[in-house]
Design a binder for this molecule. Structure first.
Ligand code: G
Ligand code: G
Ligand code: NA
Ligand code: MN
Length: 257
């Protein structure tokens, strides 16, 4: 399989690297953590986003190697930032985990080993699971998520609210948090109903005893203000920073101190 072997080569050659997007306190702008997002740095210097390779990676199973490599690189980076006193102890690293990956029996041991090698605490790790991937084998996935929480990691539902059974997922799966999909942020600006819906989703997290949700895709000051009014404490988006490579992320952290 040519696509699979090209992608595996890219992982082995260190061409799949994390970009980091800050997750901030929406009131103060303080950086509380980062989401690591995979990029394919081609030998010619071109940087490809996941749209160019993640579907192929899922289809061929190479996504496991990508997820593990991004976690290892990002955890090592966060450990180095800790070492340099650029980030506080409570700083959190979010990584994306393919739902396919959750079917792998060795995933829990694999994540535990990668964390142990990097030296960062599992309590710093947030595993983002995309809602739309949670269709097959719900019992197996629920079991795996419970084991991952047992390590001390946080499990967060990504793109919450746009799947076919978002509320059902809150019942079925042992999750700690969710990320509010960008469509709610756009909706909250568009109409009273959209605003009420976004407010309800934010309020629901609190009533369920989940951690404060992260709002995704914030691009304007007005969106930030609206979310704060609606009780949302954390978010990410181009207003604060696009996803950037490690050196640029480090600059943001230095400035944010
Ligand atoms: O970074 P972008 O900007 O384009 O990311 C698009 C989507 O690609 C993300 O929402 C996420 O679902 C997926 N993605 C990004 N990085 C990773 C990764 O390391 N592993 C997996 N499984 N998905 C990722
Ligand atoms: O994991 P997930 O699908 O949530 O990844 C976030 C995706 O959203 C990435 O592709 C990232 O580049 C993109 N993104 C991050 N911030 C913004 C933003 O403010 N606006 C838009 N349109 N996309 C964003
Ligand atoms: Na994500
Ligand atoms: Mn998302």
């Amino acid at each position: 399989h040519q696509v699979a072997s090209d992608l595996l080569d890219a992982v082995a050659d260190g061409e799949i690297v994390p970009a980091y997007q800050p997750i901030v306190d929406l009131r103060t702008g303080e950086i509380e953590g980062v989401e690591a997002l995979a990029r394919w740095r081609r030998p010619d210097g071109e940087l490809l986003g996941p749209a160019a390779f993640i579907d192929d990676a899922e289809r061929t199973g190479v996504v496991h190697a990508i997820d593990r490599s991004i976690l290892a690189q990002a955890a090592a980076q966060v450990a180095a930032w800790h070492e340099a006193s650029l980030i506080p102890g409570a700083f959190r690293l979010s990584v994306n985990l393919s739902a396919h990956h959750l079917a792998e029996p060795d995933i829990v041991a694999s994540i535990r080993d990668v964390l142990a090698e990097s030296g960062i605490s599992p309590a710093c790790l947030v595993l983002e699971i995309t809602e739309t991937g949670l269709v097959s084998d719900p019992e197996g996935i629920a079991c795996r998520l419970e084991e991952l929480r047992g390590l001390g990691a946080t499990v967060s539902l990504d793109d919450f609210g746009v799947g076919t059974s978002s509320l059902g997922n809150l019942m079925r799966f042992p999750i700690d948090a969710f990320k509010i999909d960008r469509s709610f942020i756009l909706g909250a600006e568009g109409s009273d109903r959209g605003r009420a819906l976004a407010g309800s989703v934010i309020g629901m997290a609190g009533r369920l005893g989940l951690s404060s949700p992260v709002a995704e895709g914030i691009e304007t000051e007005e969106q930030r203000r609206t979310l704060v009014e609606l009780g949302c404490a954390r978010g990410q988006g181009f207003l604060f920073s696009r996803p950037v490579l490690a050196a640029e992320a480090e600059e943001l952290l230095r400035r944010g101190r």
